[in-house]
Unconditional design. Structure first.
Length: 143
């Protein structure tokens, strides 16, 4: 499952801890399918360095944490070819959280909200697909 793959990869230890703290392990272990844009530990470190108050507020509030994490998830399995087709039209995808993520191609790479780049695509799980990203994305409603 998505959770098992993330748990087995040390580059996702911060994400796994966050998913546990937000109470989302059972959901993301379910049948899905889901698409998860998975930030690496370095992506979380980048957010912590750039916006320490935001980072602390999010990680210390399970409701806020769940909002940010579900903003990284889509209902259904969206592989990179589909995401790139949307990005080529400067389109967007709707998240489980409810707010859309804009997709674009920047420097030949699939980019989310103009700030986060997919650095590894199409990690297939039994309940969906993972796309590894280099920057945590924050729902627009959180500023």
């Amino acid at each position: 499952t998505i959770v098992e793959i993330a748990s087995a990869n040390p580059n996702f230890s911060t994400l796994v801890t966050a998913v546990q703290a937000a109470g989302l392990v059972e959901t993301l272990s379910g049948p899905g399918p889901f698409t998860v844009f998975a930030p690496t530990n370095a992506a979380f470190d980048k957010l912590k360095a750039a916006a320490p108050a935001t980072y602390d507020a999010v990680v210390n509030d399970p409701t806020l944490l769940a909002k940010v994490l579900t903003y990284h998830a889509l209902a259904g399995s969206v592989q990179s070819a589909q995401a790139i087709a949307v990005a080529q039209q400067n389109g967007s995808v709707n998240t489980v959280e409810g707010e859309p993520i804009s997709l674009s191609i920047v420097g030949g790479k699939l980019t989310l909200n103009g700030t986060s780049t997919v650095i590894q695509a199409d990690v297939l799980a039994t309940n969906g697909v993972i796309h590894v990203i280099d920057t945590v994305i924050v729902p627009p409603s959180l500023g």
